[in-house]
Design a protein around this ligand. Sequence first.
Ligand code: C2E
Ligand code: CA
Ligand code: CA
Ligand code: CA
Length: 277
Amino acid sequence: AKDAGRNRLAIYTQALSHAAEQRQRLEQELRQALERQEFLLYYQPQVDNQGQIRVLEALLRWQSPHRGLVAPDVFIPVLEDTGLILEVTRWVLQEACQQILHWQQQGLPWRVSMNLSPRDFQQADLAGSVLDIVQQTPIAPSLLELEITESVLLDASAQVQDSLARFKAAGIPLLLDDFGTGYASLTYLQQFHFDGIKVDRQFVDGLPDSPQSVALVRGIVTMAQHLGLHVVAEGVETAQQALFLRQNGCPILQGYYFDRPRPGNYWSERGNATYPA
Ligand code: C2E
Ligand code: CA
Ligand code: CA
Ligand code: CA
């Protein structure tokens, strides 16, 4: 019995060090990925009730020579833990600004929204460094939107509030991402200068059949309208969901029903053709 216990411990220790090793390898590969420029942006459209693209959300991908195309859920937590996310965010921002400029020169009047990590807000002068980059590109700051998750507001330090106020003052719209999954209240949103919210996919999933989802989405849309906040629904996968949302005061929709995230040049070539309304 003693031996069996020792064996289990040995196996457990082995598994732990294996996990630690894998994690370290991933971290090492991500450092190289930055140097070797293996990151790229995909974009997914937000479509209005005329079927026109209004905004494209920039979504990070990693083209790894060993792993293939890697989705952000796998590597963003590691970038956050190591602090590498700060550099990646800068890169995403530069890339997004160039893409806005490029589309503008093509006569495509699209905004680009990008995601900020809570970790980005721990940086001393987040707003300053973001605004520097935006001002280096000849685009209107209002063509960029920033998506922020509720966890950022949980630590509503003076530093966070200052950054949010400066984005707002510069004319950069702020959206609260994954709305409904965290703790933020709608009045909180006004206080922090948000322009809109993105209703999380988990509520859209249940439409139009789940009475809870129906009640929640209607409630969120009504309150948001009273507070003058825009509402975007994400994760729209079916025609029924799109119809329900449009009939219930949510005209801007994002999801596989319209299109998946795709590289920037795909959208350049597609141009401003509309989606069937
Ligand atoms: P998110 O910001 O909530 O982005 C929406 C996610 O839902 C994307 O996953 C998108 O591909 C996916 N999605 C869109 N429409 C549908 C749909 O109809 N059905 C389903 N099932 N999924 C849909 P993705 O691209 O894998 O990104 C995952 C998360 O990684 C993002 O969630 C965001 O939190 C984070 N992320 C992505 N890019 C960045 C970035 O540049 N910086 C930071 N900090 N985070 C990022
Ligand atoms: Ca987002
Ligand atoms: Ca989201
Ligand atoms: Ca999410």
